[in-house]
Design a protein around this ligand. Sequence first.
Ligand SMILES: Nc1ncnc2c1ncn2[C@@H]1O[C@H](COP(=O)(O)OP(=O)(O)OP(=O)(O)O)[C@@H](O)[C@H]1O
Ligand SMILES: [Mg+2]
Length: 270
Amino acid sequence: MLNFMKGSIFSRHQSAPPEDEKEPDVQVLAVWGSPGSGKTTISVRLAKYLADKKRNVVLLLCDMTAPMLPCICPPAELECERSLGSILAATHVTDTLIRQNCVTLKKMSHLTLIGMLKGENVFTYPAYTKELAAELVDHLRDIAPYVIVDCGSCIAHDILSAVALLEADTVLRLVNCDLKSVSYLSSQLPLLKDQKWDADKQYKAASDVKSNQAGEHIKQVLGSVAFQIPHSSELENLALEGNLLGELALKDSRPFRKEIEKISKEVFSV
Ligand SMILES: Nc1ncnc2c1ncn2[C@@H]1O[C@H](COP(=O)(O)OP(=O)(O)OP(=O)(O)O)[C@@H](O)[C@H]1O
Ligand SMILES: [Mg+2]
C-alpha cells in the first residue's frame, strides 16, 4: 500500500464528503490529465476563448513546481504581481482575500489569473489544508461565472489540484497519445475512485501535443473520447515565446481553434 504524503487528501481513514443532492450547473471546470498532456495550454486557451467572448473567467493555475504565470503572457501585460500563496497562507478564504490576490491583465479585462509567481515554490508559504483549498474553490464561484482550474498531474502530493478535481462541476481529462499517459491514468484513477469521485462528470480528451502522435490509436485504448485536440505549431511557438494567450492567426491552427470552440460550447454552452 502506498504511503501517501502527510496531509494529502488521499491519506487513509477519512470520512467521505456528504453527498450533494442536486447537480449544479457547470461553473467550475478542472482540467486534469497525464503529465505534459497540454493541461495548462488548454486551460489558458479556454479561458482566453471565454474572455474574448466577454465572459468573466477566473483561471486558477495550481502548478507550484513550475509556476505558470510567467509563461502565459509577457510580464509587462500583467497589471500587478500577486500570488496564490497569499490566499493559501490565510486561515480562511474570503472573496476579498481572493480579489486582493488576483492578477489582472492590461488588455483582457474579462480574464483574472491566480497562480504562484516566478521563483516561488510550495515552501514559500506555510502549509495549507484541504479544507482551505476547498474554501478557495468554493469562493471562486462568487468571483466569476466561469472558473477554470489548471490542475497538476501529481494529485497525491498536490492538495489544491486534488481538491479542485473532486469539487469541480466537470473535469476535462486529457491524455497524451502515448503509453506513458495510459500508465499514468491506470495508476492515478484508483486514488480518485477511493474518494468516490464521480467519474461520469468528466469529458475525456486525447491531445496531440506532438505533431506525429496518432490520436486514433488512443481511442482504441481509452474507448471513446469526447474531444480530440489537434496539434498546432503556431501554439507551440507561442508557448516558447511565453505568450500562451497570444493570437492564433494561421490557417494551420484552425483545427485547434475549432476544438477549443467545441469544448467551450459543450462544457459551458458559450
Ligand atoms: N495542441 C498543442 N499543439 C502544440 N503543442 C502543444 C499542444 N498542447 C500542448 N502543447 C505543448 O506541449 C507541451 C506541454 O504542454 P503543457 O505545459 O500545456 O502540458 P501540461 O499538461 O500542463 O504539463 P505539466 O504536466 O508539466 O503541467 C508544451 O510545450 C506545449 O506548448
Ligand atoms: Mg501544466
